[in-house]
Each structure stands twice: as structure tokens, then as C-alpha cells.
Ligand binder design. Sequence first.
Ligand code: ATP
Ligand code: TPS
Ligand code: MG
Length: 313
Amino acid sequence: MTESDFIARLRTLPLHPGARGLADDVAVVGGLIVTSDTLVEGVHFLPGDPAADVAWKLVATNLSDLAAKGAAVEGVMLNYPLRDADWDAAFLDGLAAVLGAYDVALIGGDTVSLPAGAPRVLTLTAFGTAFGTAFGTEFGRDARAPARSGARVGDALWVTGTIGGAGAGLAIARAGTGDAALLARYRRPVPRLAEGRALAPLVHAMMDVSDGLLIDAARMAAASGVAVTVALDAVPLPAGVDDALAAATAGDDYELLFAAPPGFVPPVPATRVGAFAAGEGLALTRDGAAVPLPRQLGFQHGLSGMGCADPRA
Ligand SMILES: Nc1ncnc2c1ncn2[C@@H]1O[C@H](COP(=O)(O)OP(=O)(O)OP(=O)(O)O)[C@@H](O)[C@H]1O
Ligand SMILES: Cc1ncc(C[n+]2csc(CCOP(=O)(O)O)c2C)c(N)n1
Ligand SMILES: [Mg+2]
């Protein structure tokens, strides 16, 4: 079963009104914005990646979902599997560093052991509050946490930062040599918290790019009931990356993807990469000409590595 099949089945279960139909980066519960993400050794990080970097990535990937809702971070809970003392100590050092870097407090969690040889599975749950609101009604907070589902016909699709650096960084980590800045994009992603707070009151829809620009743009369009076209030639690439299609399907970028009305002037550095129209699905262009969709739009669990073109989850 693929990740999207599994989540589609979950959607048939009784859902909390704040679950946003299991079609958003977060839930909004009791005035809190809640998200949870897991890193699995061999799936999300390499066994040889430094423990401190794994701690960084675990926190950063969760904060990225809060950033996509313009949230202020309230705190995090950690579920941690002990395995070897040196790695665990280095992880704790890295955890202290990333929590300090983003001024994030630990709320609690759980500590377990692993069977000998089992890969590490690390989970963090992050809690946030809608930025700029006093403690008040859930509606007031929810109204400032843009969903994936708000894109409208005529909106433009925008992305912060650059895309494809983390995918290149993963190849560098596997090879053991290469550009340090690209490697850092893979090992130490930067949650766009300040950008998210600036954008949240202004945009129609927002999410972070975790699985790949194309699959995540398709998810935003599907959740919004509109079609989206992405211009491959417009995708902002970092120095050292030149294959826009590979960049747009690699994932791990943790930039913010958002829909905004025509004429929008973003308050933070961002690039217009596409447009929404009536209809459904994703289309690609390069220099104005239609380009066929690749077989895989991004990463999806359950497909032995890269995912398929299904934007449902
Ligand atoms: N095992 C699960 N149980 C309950 N809800 C789930 C489960 N897996 C995913 N979801 C829900 O499905 C929705 C989509 O999840 P998804 O993991 O794709 O979003 P995300 O966290 O933004 O992305 P990513 O995991 O790529 O960072 C969210 O509402 C999430 O809470
Ligand atoms: C060793 C290794 N192999 C492949 C990848 C690529 N990758 C794995 S999960 C994922 C999407 C985000 O995960 P999720 O959807 O679970 O949040 C991506 C792009 C990696 N990071 N490390
Ligand atoms: Mg997300």
C-alpha cells in the first residue's frame, strides 16, 4: 500500500473537526497548531549522517510545517529510540543546538530501546500558535493558518528560496564528497518561520515543500479544487544545480509554496513558478511549451523510493 492509499483510508475514519480532512500540513486543535513528522534511518537520513544533523533535521522538518501556517512555535515533544551511547550523546548535543537556534522549548516525549540492528525511527510533534493572535477563539487562530486548500482560479504559484539543493546534497552525502552548501541543504534544512509569518496573512494557500515541488503543487491544486501549471524554466535553482525537473521532484527542500492573487508583491524573497486555472491536475511547461509529466512527481512512501504522480495525499 502506498502512503496516499493509506492516508485515503484514514480519511474514512471519524476525523476531528480540526484535522482539516487529513489534507493539510497541520491540525488546529484547541487553539493550537499541531504537526508530527518522523525520520527513519535509511529512508529519511543515511546511517552515516552525523547524529547532530539528524537532530537538526528532525526539528527543522516539523518547524517547517508550522512555518507554512505562519505559526509561532510553542514547543515540541520527542519520541527517541536509544541505540548506542555515543550517537545518543551527539544527538542530544545537536538537539540542544537546534532548539537553541530557534528558541524552542521541549514539552516532553518518550524514550524507548531498539532491537539489536534495528534502524532508528525518530518522531517529533510540534505545537504552534497562530502568529500575532492573542489567546482566543480557535476560529481566530485558524483564520490565520492558511490551508493547502485555498488556491483560487487566477492565483499565481510562488515558492521561497531555491529548489533542488537538498536532492543534490543527498547525492553528495552518498558520494562522500561535494559542495558543502548543497550538503547542508540536505542535512540542515532551514524552516522558513519568519517568511511564513510574513506571508500567512496575505496568501490564499500555503504548504511546505517536503516531497517535491511538483507533487506538492499538485496536492495544493487537488486540495483547492483547481488545476495548476508549473513553469520548469522559472524554478529557482541554487548554484551547482541545473536540472530543473530533477530539482522539482527531489524533495527535502522545506521551502514554502504558496498561492497568491494576481499582482502580488511578496514581502520576502520568492519566485513565481506557476499559475492556477479552472479544472484539475498538474501541467508542466518549459519556455512556454508544454512538457510531458514525469512518471514520478516526487517522493512517496511505499513506492520503493520515489513516488508516483498521485496527488491525493
Ligand atoms: N499515520 C497517520 N495517521 C493520521 N494522520 C496521518 C497519518 N499520516 C499522515 N496523516 C495526516 O495526513 C495529512 C497529510 O500528511 P503528510 O505527512 O503528507 O503532510 P506533511 O506532514 O505536511 O508532509 P511531510 O510528511 O511530507 O512533511 C496530515 O493531515 C497528516 O496529519
Ligand atoms: C537516505 C535518504 N534517501 C532518500 C531521501 C529522500 N526523501 C526521503 S523521505 C522524503 C520526503 C519527506 O519525507 P516525509 O514525507 O516522510 O515527511 C524525501 C525527499 C532522504 N532524505 N534520505
Ligand atoms: Mg508539510
